[in-house]
Design a binder for this molecule. Structure first.
Ligand SMILES: CC(C)(COP(=O)(O)OP(=O)(O)OC[C@H]1O[C@@H](n2cnc3c(N)ncnc32)[C@H](O)[C@@H]1OP(=O)(O)O)[C@@H](O)C(=O)NCCC(=O)NCCS
Length: 160
């Protein structure tokens, strides 16, 4: 595999998962190889990796739902931060979403991830007045857990 930016493939999953685990975005219930296969197929060219020495050092998972573009899973391994990799991955995913027709891109950031809020603000994102709600679906589409909040699965990733 060449170094630099490239579309994410299913074969990248082990390294991608290791990076997401490093930054606290993984594991997440239901996100397995089949999940990634679907995400890549439905969003061609939107999921990208950055490789160095054949290793995945950064990721972004862009998604186009036909109404809005979304940025998920922007992550760069700690030792490679501050070199512009995150900016390049983000810009490339944004360009691809624009190509697909998106005229607005949304992303989700934890309230307490102040660095990420500042990071995205410096890249043209603004705080939306909209708050995100979610319903976790268990196997077969049933609401997960009595409270339906899936708390047992731990904290969700910002990409959700
Ligand atoms: C957010 C993240 C992807 C940025 O990746 P990156 O490759 O460091 O991004 P860049 O090099 O383009 O920009 C880094 C910025 O942080 C600053 N920075 C410098 N060293 C840094 C370091 N060691 N760690 C974090 N940020 C650093 C840079 O000055 C730069 O500031 P700028 O916004 O004024 O340009 C990365 O910090 C990360 O993976 N964080 C954890 C996961 C996360 O929170 N993702 C966003 C979730 S919504």
């Amino acid at each position: 595999m060449d170094d630099g930016m490239a579309p994410m493939t299913l074969a990248d999953l082990p390294q991608v998962a290791a990076l997401w685990e490093e930054v606290g975005m993984w594991p997440h219930e239901g996100e397995d190889a089949e999940w990634l296969r679907g995400a890549l197929a439905r969003n061609p060219g939107c999921a990208l990796v950055w490789r160095e020495g054949g290793r995945v050092m950064g990721t972004v998972l862009g998604a186009w739902d036909g109404v809005r573009g979304w940025i998920h899973r922007l992550a760069v391994t700690e030792s490679r931060r501050g070199r512009g990799l995150g900016s390049r991955l983000l810009a490339a995913a944004e360009a691809r979403l624009r190509e697909l027709g998106a005229r607005q891109i949304n992303l989700m950031v934890y309230e307490d991830n102040g660095r990420a809020w500042d990071y995205y603000a410096r890249r043209g994102y603004e705080r939306s007045p909209v708050k995100v709600m979610r319903k976790r679906l268990g196997a077969g589409g049933a609401p997960a857990g009595a409270a339906g909040n899936g708390a047992e699965a731990g904290r969700d990733s910002p990409g959700k």
